[in-house]
Design a protein around this ligand. Structure first.
Ligand code: PMP
Ligand code: GLU
Length: 403
């Protein structure tokens, strides 16, 4: 019996909540490795690079200077200033420092936003495939996710018409990521403008734009939906340091939001966690105000791996493969294998497929079901080329057994 089963006085809220599938698979891969099994972990979305040295030096300096105390809840003034400047410089967005709230990761930024916006039963249109934690976060904040799905045949991108159809009198927010986790799809400027036009007549709808992969784009300039006049006053841009600066363990994220929403997020954060860690914020200032060379070098490495992975996966019979234009994920449709078996194990869905692969090919992937796409699997290519080649060869050999 799982320790979480209801023999303990746990809340209905936590009992209803699903565990994070990305973190579960990463933990499973770690566990198998610790048992001496040679698992290649392509489950978690985390740059395999170290944080650039100059950023680490800035944190060390802050520690040495005794910058170790509580900080203002929405962030230290110089970081809010640097973020405000960065949003203008890189994204053409106008957020004053007072509209920036720094949090313990973009995850907390998103949670703050949902708790600030949602009343019981309020609807959030979530574009699927979606990032794993959106749905559970919206639900625990009292909201109702309304999922709008786009499959591989439309490059996993919802159309403005689909979104228009999902709007109801209870719609409170529209939520999506571009570049997208898990698909790597990037909405073009024109597509974003069409979406902005659809939302424009509904002032009560807040646009939540998760742009945490903005620096990992392979298709030219990153465009934020917040640049369109129709929605600029009610767009909250979510971003962070985990991906672009390889700072996942530092836990630093932020929002740029309308004044009223930034104030609410700060109020919530003040009761839950206070300001983010002090010396990390100093390092974050350095990350944003220095040369972005290391960030772009990482992007180049991801681009090379994107090409490698796309090429190798497309050679596996039965795989339908997309070409991600950003982030570091490939999201193949593997529904061709449903109903097939290797003689002992039958694949009926993406969960079965990823279980089959971890046992037969020793590769940890994440089932698309976690992202609202049960016909797909997610493979992170934030791993060395050698690991990727071996992993995909093993996957190919394993699926060849399925008849
Ligand atoms: N949004 C997306 C789309 C992500 O992939 C992630 C990474 N887990 C996050 C938010 C949260 O990032 P952070 O590490 O800053 O909490
Ligand atoms: N964003 C990463 C992922 O999707 C990190 C893990 C997580 O926070 O869920 O795998």
């Amino acid at each position: 019996m799982s320790i979480l089963e209801k023999v303990h006085p746990l809340s209905d809220k936590v009992m209803r909540m699903a565990e994070s599938e990305t973190l579960r698979m990463a933990a499973l891969a770690r566990e198998l490795k610790s048992q001496g099994k040679e698992v290649i972990n392509l489950s978690i979305g985390e740059p395999d690079f170290d944080t650039p040295v100059h950023i680490k030096e800035a944190a060390k300096k802050a520690l040495d200077e005794g910058f170790t105390k509580y900080t203002p809840v929405p962030g230290i003034p110089e970081l809010r200033e640097a973020i405000s400047h960065k949003l203008k410089r890189d994204n053409g967005l106008d957020f004053k420092p007072s509209q920036i709230v720094v949090s313990n990761g973009a995850k907390q930024s998103l949670a703050n936003v949902f708790f600030s916006l949602l009343n019981e039963g309020d609807e959030v249109i979530v574009l699927a495939p979606y990032w794993v934690s959106y749905i559970e976060m919206v639900k625990i904040a009292g909201g109702k996710p309304v999922v709008v799905f786009a499959g591989i045949e439309q490059d996993y991108k919802a159309t403005a018409a689909q979104i228009a159809e999902a709007i109801s009198p209870r719609t409170k927010a529209l939520l999506f990521s571009s570049p997208c986790n898990p698909t790597g799809s990037v909405y073009s400027k024109e597509e974003l403008e069409e979406i902005a036009n659809v939302v424009a007549p509904y002032p009560e709808i807040t646009v939540i734009s998760d742009e945490i992969y903005e620096y990992i784009t392979f298709a030219g300039e990153h465009v934020s939906i917040g640049t369109f006049d129709q929605v600029k006053d009610r767009t909250v841009v979510v971003n962070g340091f985990s991906k672009g600066f390889a700072m996942t363990g530092w836990r630093l994220g932020y929002i740029g939001a309308p004044d009223w929403l930034a104030a609410a997020c700060s109020k919530i954060q003040g009761q839950f966690t206070s300001g983010a860690n002090s010396f990390g914020q100093k390092a974050a200032v350095t990350a944003l105000t220095s040369d972005l060379g290391p960030t772009y070098q990482m992007r180049e490495a991801f681009l090379k791996r994107r090409d490698l992975v796309t090429d190798l996966l497309s050679q596996i019979p039965g795989f339908k493969v997309n070409k991600p234009l950003g982030a570091f994920y490939s999201f193949p449709d593997i529904s061709n294998f449903f109903g097939k078996s290797d003689g002992t194990f039958t694949i009926n869905n993406a969960d079965d497929f990823s279980e089959f692969i971890i046992h037969k090919a020793q590769v940890a992937l994440v089932s698309g079901a976690a992202f609202g796409a049960d016909q797909c699997i997610r493979l992170s290519f934030a791993a060395s080329e050698e690991e990727l080649v071996t992993a995909i060869r093993n996957i190919g050999e394993a699926v060849a057994l399925l008849k």
